[in-house]
Design a binder for this molecule. Structure first.
Ligand code: ATP
Ligand code: MG
Ligand code: MG
Length: 347
């Protein structure tokens, strides 16, 4: 069987490795940090920084195709890897999702609506952005933000200096605050042959900027459900995408706004492990390995609950709960904000 190379050894890489193993494929992980969660289940682990060309080369030579579980891989590493093996999803998807300004420009360019936004590089451009967009607004670093990190709320123009200072000198984007009725996401897949399969939209609730629960089906009208799937399909085709993509959307009276995209399996798609014949991890492995996409049809209503930090202390209780599937990531220490596991409950 083929060997899949995965950049990043976190829980997503771990669950991708399990899915690959079930399909009789092998996995090699490339991860700079020691003892990565994926290392406990993958066939091989390459532990080296992304600057280590020899290690990158050895990793590429040990695999048939390369995918990734997070999007902030340095460009120099990608250039080297791409010269040796196919990278799926491709570079356009990575570059677009690494940078909020490129991402929003791309989305608007294919006719999709986002929150109003403007690039911010200094105090003057922030003032101009606030004058154009108004308040409340959110200032976000253009790159490297996740779980709500690198963001500052601007409730009134007086908050501008503190928000700018919170960016630490990094380029940022100001977004108008969206008064959404719900947040939903579509986990969508596109195969090597261009075929598309989307999972049912899930409804997301965040706590302190971190995903708390995803519930399917999302409580939205059927028309919005198909809109959401069409949005995802348009993005997949425009990026000539291969693999699973997460699309985060705001539901507003004016329709759907795209918040952001993630070129990988996504936390808000974990419910598919309990709700679908083929879950997002298998679907991603199928796509990058060049298999036909599987049947992503949903056969149950599910609530996914993230276990963040000390939430993992609830495991003894959750282990007794009915209709509950437990996933733990094998992380040694429960730090505040750290994703330790999740549970899928059939509703
Ligand atoms: P992720 O871990 O999903 O990558 P992130 O750090 O990239 O998170 P966002 O998804 O941009 O952050 O924002 C996190 C959450 O903050 C959103 O899911 C939403 O609840 C809220 N949020 C972000 N942008 C806006 C906005 N413009 N208007 C209202 N709420 C917002
Ligand atoms: Mg994000
Ligand atoms: Mg997000």
């Amino acid at each position: 069987g083929a060997t899949i190379g995965i950049l990043g050894g976190g829980q997503l890489g771990r669950m991708l490795s399990v899915a690959a193993s079930r399909l009789g494929l092998k996995c090699a992980i490339f991860e700079p940090g020691a003892n990565p969660p994926a290392g406990q289940v993958a066939d091989r682990v390459f532990t080296a920084p992304y600057e280590d060309e020899a290690a990158l080369r050895a990793f590429a030579e040990a695999v048939d195709v390369i995918t990734y579980e997070f999007e902030n891989i340095p460009t120099s590493a990608l250039d080297l890897l791409e010269s040796l093996r196919p990278i799926r999803p491709g570079r356009k998807a990575l570059a677009t999702s690494q940078d909020r300004i490129l991402e929003k420009s791309f989305l608007n360019g294919i006719g999709l609506t986002t929150a109003p936004w403007a690039e911010v590089t200094d105090a003057a451009s922030l003032d101009a952005a606030i004058a154009m967009i108004g308040t409340p607004a959110i200032l976000k670093t253009t790159r490297l933000g996740y779980d709500g990190k690198g963001q500052a709320r601007i409730m009134t123009p007086a908050d501008a200096p503190a928000a700018l200072a919170a960016m630490g000198g990094a380029t940022a984007v100001l977004e108008g605050f969206v008064d959404f009725s719900a947040e939903i996401s579509v986990i969508a897949a596109r195969g090597l042959d261009g075929s598309i399969s989307c999972f049912d939209p899930g409804e997301n609730v965040h706590k302190s900027g971190i995903l708390h629960t995803t519930t399917v089906p999302a409580r939205i009208p059927p028309a919005l459900r198909s809109d959401a799937v069409l949005v995802a399909a348009r993005i997949l085709n425009a990026l000539d995408y291969v693999g699973v993509l997460g699309v985060e959307l705001f539901v507003t009276p004016a329709g759907l706004l795209v918040n952001e995209i993630a070129p990988r399996v996504h936390n808000s798609g974990h419910w598919t492990q309990a709700g679908c014949t083929v879950d997002q991890f298998e679907q991603h492995i199928r796509a990058v390995a060049g298999w036909p996409l599987g049947d992503g049809g949903r056969y149950a209503d599910v609530e996914m609950l993230n276990l963040i930090g000390d939430d993992v202390d609830r495991i003894p209780e959750l282990a007794r709960a009915k209709n509950t599937q437990i996933h733990l990531y094998g992380k040694a220490e429960a730090k505040p904000g750290r994703k330790m596991g999740h549970v899928n409950r059939i509703l």
